[in-house]
Design a protein around this ligand. Structure first.
Ligand code: SAM
Length: 217
């Protein structure tokens, strides 16, 4: 079984948007959208791992601009094709190897925290802070280990020595992947975010956790 996050999402590009079609999750998605649209109102926003642009389009409605990046060309192509807003720029980029001369007023990461290895989170946060202005806003959204979601806790098939958890997932073409999917508790999320942010709040909806904060000076 392959263990390659980039290839997994590349192969899933055309089926990915189905994750947003579950009628039961629509209320949570609306709630999250409102939180992000308020948080990033009139701000220049950097987004990592934007995928097909589901959140980019929503955040772009109120943000000043959004620079949305993903490692896979295939998902960026889909996002570009459905782009309705002129304040969005999509680029292919690896978030672990991203440098920017610009400093943004906000950062957004949708369903990517769970795919970052526990032992890489501190470095990830330190790099992120370099790209966001002091007092800039940040937000992450990710999955709760609830029963209803596709990618819940019960599908974990492996835990490594660092405590990272992995699920077996099948792409529609039949290929199987071992996918890193962590379900951090709220204390852990706050601990990691507090390295770079203050005013941290965690909002729990039925299906997701949403963490917001303000970048330290
Ligand atoms: C669960 S999807 C989330 C997509 C989108 N943010 C959303 O919420 O709908 C994870 C995304 O992370 C991207 N990705 C994986 N590794 C990455 C990396 N090192 N740098 C940037 N993007 C990456 C994948 O291509 C995929 O689009």
């Amino acid at each position: 079984m392959k263990q390659d996050l980039k290839s997994y999402y590349d192969e899933r590009a055309n089926e990915y948007d189905k994750v947003y079609l579950n009628p039961k999750e629509q209320e949570d998605l609306e709630q999250a959208t409102k939180i992000f649209q308020n948080l990033f109102l009139n701000k220049t926003v950097l987004e990592f791992a934007c995928g097909t642009g589901y959140w980019t389009e929503r955040i772009g409605k109120t943000a000043k601009s959004i620079y949305a990046t993903d490692i896979n060309k295939s998902v960026i192509k889909i996002a570009e094709e459905r782009r309705k807003l002129s304040n969005i720029t999509y680029e292919v980029a690896d978030m672990y190897d991203f440098e920017s001369e610009n400093k943004y007023e906000g950062f957004f990461g949708g369903f990517i925290w769970s795919h970052i290895k526990i032992q890489d989170l501190d470095e990830f946060m330190v790099n992120l802070k370099k790209m966001i202005k002091p007092k800039g806003k940040l937000a992450f959204i990710d999955s709760n280990p609830s029963k209803g979601t596709n990618h819940c806790l019960k599908r974990i098939v492996k835990t490594d020595d660092f405590g990272n958890t992995y699920q077996e997932r099948k792409v529609e073409n039949g290929n199987k992947y071992l996918v890193l999917k962590n379900f951090p508790n709220y204390g852990f999320i706050c601990e990691k975010l507090s390295k770079i942010a203050i005013k941290i709040e965690i909002v729990q909806t039925k299906y997701y956790w949403i963490a917001i904060g303000e970048i330290k000076n």
